[in-house]
Design a protein around this ligand. Sequence first.
Ligand code: 5GP
Ligand code: ZN
Length: 148
Amino acid sequence: MNDCVFCRIVTGTAPATKVFEDDAVCAFLDIRPITRGHTLVIPKQHATELDDLDPELGALVFRTGHRLARALRRGGLASDGANLVLNDGVAAFQTVGHVHLHVVPRKHGDKLSFAKGFLLRRPHETESTAAAIRAGLTALGQAEGAQG
Ligand code: 5GP
Ligand code: ZN
């Protein structure tokens, strides 16, 4: 039996607030967010560390993180930027053994609230946060559609 919590999130046997998924990747809200909208992007296929991850799948994980960072600027969260971080290995503070890319929304001048969030890691209202991110993805898709 696979006791990986992120694999269980992929199969739906562990709860998570998902904001995006396709055949290869899944993105969901971090249970202990640093800032509102802090999202994790994972490959659906289990890989413990980057050493185990198919590079093509790694590219899809980053592609999704890139898209989410752009969507966060457009949805209700209206971020000004994001930190995209991947802790590879226990030596690098990886605490969940399934590769994941953090997408942490940032605002201009948020240094103090970011530091507070880093210490407290308190969840925000999850459904409205997820809805704001999904709205950003929709807005991004519409903008791309309008460009042809
Ligand atoms: P790491 O330090 O491994 O890069 O970060 C692991 C992240 O996973 C942390 O930010 C932590 O809050 C998040 N996390 C751990 N367990 C769960 C879980 O069961 N569900 C969700 N949504 N996030 C989790
Ligand atoms: Zn896993």
